[in-house]
Design a protein. Structure first.
Length: 99
């Protein structure tokens, strides 16, 4: 069982993170803490995180991009790179994650 590691170094992700209200930052950190306690199969199936493939997007290297829920208002986007969950960006509008 491989635990999930986080990569939070993306510029867009960090810009969005620092613009979140304190309550939303806390919700994100709680979700990320939860993710680090999961293995990949558990993440894919977790109903609260609601991990979803974004079929209209790929990374520059052709990797699948996924969205995940971290609060009632916000979703994030990320992709898997071996054991790392690489965080891409955060969106206040759930539909924004899919554009």
């Amino acid at each position: 069982m491989t635990r999930i590691l986080l990569d939070m170094n993306g510029k867009e992700f960090q810009n969005s993170l620092f613009q979140l209200e304190k309550q939303e930052q806390r919700a994100l950190l709680n979700t990320l803490r939860k993710i680090t306690k999961l293995n990949w199969e558990d993440l894919y199936q977790d109903k609260g995180i609601n991990w979803e493939l974004i079929t209209s997007q790929k990374t520059k290297k052709g990797q699948d991009i996924y969205s995940f829920r971290f609060s009632k208002k916000y979703r994030g986007t990320a992709y898997r790179d071996v054991d790392y969950l690489v965080l891409i960006d955060l969106f206040v509008n759930h539909d924004g994650a899919y554009k």
